[in-house]
Design a binder for this molecule. Sequence first.
Ligand SMILES: *Cc1c(COP(=O)(O)O)cnc(C)c1O
Length: 419
Amino acid sequence: MTAIADLLRIGTRAATHSSGPRFFHFVVGGATPAAQAADWVTSLLDQASGLWLTSPFATRAETVVLRWLKELFGLPATYGGVLTPSATFANLTGLACARFWWAERHGVDVTADGLAGLPRMPVFSSGYVHPSSRKALQLLGLGRDAVRTFTRDDAGRLDVAALDDALAGSGPAVLIGNAGEVNGGDYDPLDELADLAERHGAWLHVDGAFGLFAALSPRTAGLVRGVERADSVAADGHKWLNVPYESGVAFVRDRSFLGRAFGGWNAPYLPEPDDEFVNYNNLGPESSRRARALPIWATLRAYGREGHRAMVERHQDLALRLGRRIAEAPDLELLAPITVFIVCFRYRPPGVPEADLDALNRRLGEELVEDGRVYAGTTVYRGMVALRPAIVNWRTTEEDVDLLASVVREIGARLVTTA
Ligand SMILES: *Cc1c(COP(=O)(O)O)cnc(C)c1O
């Protein structure tokens, strides 16, 4: 008990309060009460959730949760799926299936024989491709620099015509569509990517780590139209679903690819769509794994599709409110249109030369963290140092986003007068 008392005493003070309502840096979700409590239950029950035999309960829960998530995202019920620790692992899962598919097109069983003798797999994307997709490619032996990007502006927006040309001469290729880019919040045109994939016989993988949840609201569902035609899809539970770490999910249109890419040599087991006796450790990168389904089950059960839709809409409302605060302020400049919950802007007081703005905003980012009333930080967007708060926590209120704007202006003004 002393160890636990020590851990609580030290931990509650030392921990970053990143699941709190004023943590806006990166895309870090909170934890709904139901998900938080279910996560404790997950540890309490300590289920070995890789095999049906070790936990029929966890296996059933995972199958149910995958079905619910497909309904939530508008993905066909026939898609296969598996829960993963994160979207990085979900990208790895989807791209491993893509790799299997691609090698098969070249007459090779990559699971058995590896990549030796094969050419380099062509991977195409926009400039929005997330580092975790590159990391997945590097883990898969394809190389993180395998991705060729086709862009038509300095934000990285997809050049559809250039991609079309490249596909015409590439042979079987893998496209990565990005449903939500972390700096500006923009989305790739998934419908157009799905058209290209169909026309050229390519595999379309969609990284929807946070952005896939736009499907929950009619206000934003248009942003992900076309995802239901993707070959593989990745998303996170620990971002916009507000489930505690770690929580991710991968979906694959042809479910047999999961078993073929991940099944062990002694377990060539291919589950049928409604097969109860699934061994999820044959469908993803992990073997032993926790009952990751339970917190997802609990939050969806407690708040339902409506509750989560309301949260998605509230976050967009809050982001738009912050956008209005920025528009009203003579010293703030919005840098990208607001799509869902990311607000990309910078401090730009009149009279400060353009050449000094990057250093000023970088300093401001450091001071914000030091100050601690709100937690936000900088990125580089279109070559400019910018703040890009993400409003993705169920507890965040209007006061919190107003405070963010006023603290940025207060600290910014102090930096300018003391410069
Ligand atoms: C966060 C994120 C990832 C990686 O997700 P993790 O859960 O951190 O592994 C991938 N893609 C996008 C667009 C993201 O925002």
